[in-house]
Design a protein around this ligand. Sequence first.
Ligand code: DX5
Ligand code: ZN
Length: 226
Amino acid sequence: MSTTKHLIAPSVLAADFADLRKDIEMVNESEADWFHIDIMDGVFVPNISFGFPVMLAISKHAKKPLDVHLMIVDPDRYLKTCKDSGAAVITVHYEACTHLHRTLAGIKELGCKAGVALNPHTSVQLLKDVIRDIDLVCLMSVNPGFGGQKFIEQTYTKIRELRALAAGVNDNLHIEIDGGVTIANAAKLIRAGADVLVAGSFVFNSDTPLETIKELKAIDTSLQAV
Ligand code: DX5
Ligand code: ZN
């Protein structure tokens, strides 16, 4: 298992959209590693967030990589636009891709890191034949579409299973957890094998978001075990 320090990716979905610049600057100043950008189409998920023009505007102020989570059907249509709007990591949903292997190759050809997100009901074993081709797996620990939902406990088992699946073939795989992450479950998630934590409402609803990010980042990974 990697001993690299885990990454924190605040989800802009929970930011103040009327004062986005202020929240972007906060993340710039913080110990966070990435911006997590949630793009929704109202078809793959029952909600619409914001699109690429907003993401492009964010990218002009963001001083950290944009980790883009595409909750949209047929994402191939938008990969180039996504890259041109500032993406460093592009994550597509397993459930939204008919030709996932081709989609991942397309993301890499653009020069981005390629991620695959799995809904809570989707088995990690379905990634067995593409695990070598993936830079990041985003395990959804809520049903995608909304911030502020309750964390699904089965996620810990999925993390362990996924680390086992990747062992020896993709030891640098990022395992990202998205949904319901707080200081109460962060250490346990890292111990199970996750190394990227997305946090939306926990960060942006905090009265002291810089401190909240610092606490998430300060979790002692030397306790990693199993
Ligand atoms: C949900 C999004 C998440 C969301 C997480 O569909 O993918 O990134 O912003 O929000 P919290 O941390 O509030 O559960
Ligand atoms: Zn997300």
